[in-house]
Design a protein around this ligand. Structure first.
Ligand SMILES: Nc1nc(=O)c2c([nH]1)NC[C@@H]1CN(c3ccc(C(=O)N[C@@H](CCC(=O)O)C(=O)O)cc3)C=[N+]21
Length: 282
């Protein structure tokens, strides 16, 4: 069984990004990412701090706008308009979730597609689905594809099962696997026989958000298992959506939690940001 080490692959990706950032700097362009955080969700605070550190490591200038939870949608849209117009800002990320009184979709739609570090803008989502290259892609599924490549797993002709149909992971993940010629099934909470679907999958991507919902005994012998889940148990332990030990006993390769997809998501945000910066000088 091959453990696919997200931390190690993320370090390699960061090295590549640092090289690109330096090359841009030599041409007079200092790559910049701006993160907008609204309110005081503790997980968001930790995550945004991690992003600042990642940016420092690769030479990207990062700016955080931390707004109070009472910020109105109009104020948020006004800030995004300013960032859209600021040439020092190459990438914009609005940390999710937003407070309930804000229309999340309207905010994401206001980010210029040319500065969309998350790849969540409808233009970029559409570009992914019809195969337009050179636009930002959602970081988590893009990170998963890089992990498959590094582990020498070619999706072509394989049965890939994606569990979870979110706009940020499941749906774009299915599109990326399809683009690489997998036979893709997208399962979700209303899927009739999840165990049966998992048992047929050569590549399993679990992005459900429920601790150890996918049982190891369901996993096909020799399957590649990618666990996108990050669930905090009552005792503070972080576990994925897959029963790790039992799945690892059957899988040919598997990602750990933590240290798997999470670090890759962060690394791909840096990739998207430097790619957006490169597009401004071509
Ligand atoms: N606009 C937006 N874009 C996002 O990409 C986004 C977001 N909002 N909101 C929140 C989620 C969550 N997310 C994480 C990514 C990596 C780790 C990560 O690196 N986790 C470590 C473990 C960290 C720990 O130990 O708690 C790991 O898996 O090894 C965590 C969380 C990005 N998100």
């Amino acid at each position: 069984m091959n453990l696919i080490d997200g931390k190690q692959i993320a370090a390699k990706v960061k090295g590549e990004v640092a090289t690109e950032v330096r090359a841009l700097a030599a041409r007079g362009v200092q790559t910049g990412l701006t993160v907008v955080r609204v309110g005081d969700d503790p997980a968001s605070a930790i995550y945004v701090r991690g992003k600042r550190k990642d940016c420092e490591e690769v030479g990207i200038t990062s700016v955080e706008h931390h707004l109070p939870a009472t910020t109105t949608q109009a104020e948020l849209l006004a800030l995004i308009a300013r960032l859209n117009a600021d040439p020092a800002v190459h990438g914009i990320l609005v940390q999710l979730p937003l407070p309930k009184h804000v229309d999340e979709r309207a905010v994401l739609d206001a980010i210029s597609p040319a500065k969309d570090a998350d790849g969540f803008h409808p233009f970029n989502v559409g570009a992914l689905s019809i195969g337009i290259a050179g636009v930002p892609r959602p970081c988590t599924p893009a990170g998963v594809m890089r992990m498959l490549d590094e582990a020498k797993v070619d999706p072509k002709g394989k049965r890939a099962l994606v569990v979870g149909r979110s706009n940020i992971v499941g749906k774009p993940m299915a599109m990326m696997l399809l683009e690489r010629h997998a036979t893709v099934t997208l399962a979700h909470s209303r899927t009739a026989d999840l165990a049966g679907e998992v048992g047929r999958a050569d590549i399993l991507v679990a992005a459900i958000g429920k601790a150890e919902l996918v049982k190891g005994a369901w996993v096909k012998e020799g399957a590649v298992v990618i666990d996108v889940g990050m669930n905090r148990l009552a005792d503070g332990k972080l576990v994925g959506d897959v029963e790790f030990a039992a799945a690892a006993a059957r899988a040919s390769a598997i990602t750990p939690v933590p240290g798997g997809v999470g670090p890759m998501t962060r690394a791909m945000l840096l990739v998207n940001t430097v790619e957006l910066a490169k597009r401004t000088v071509r």
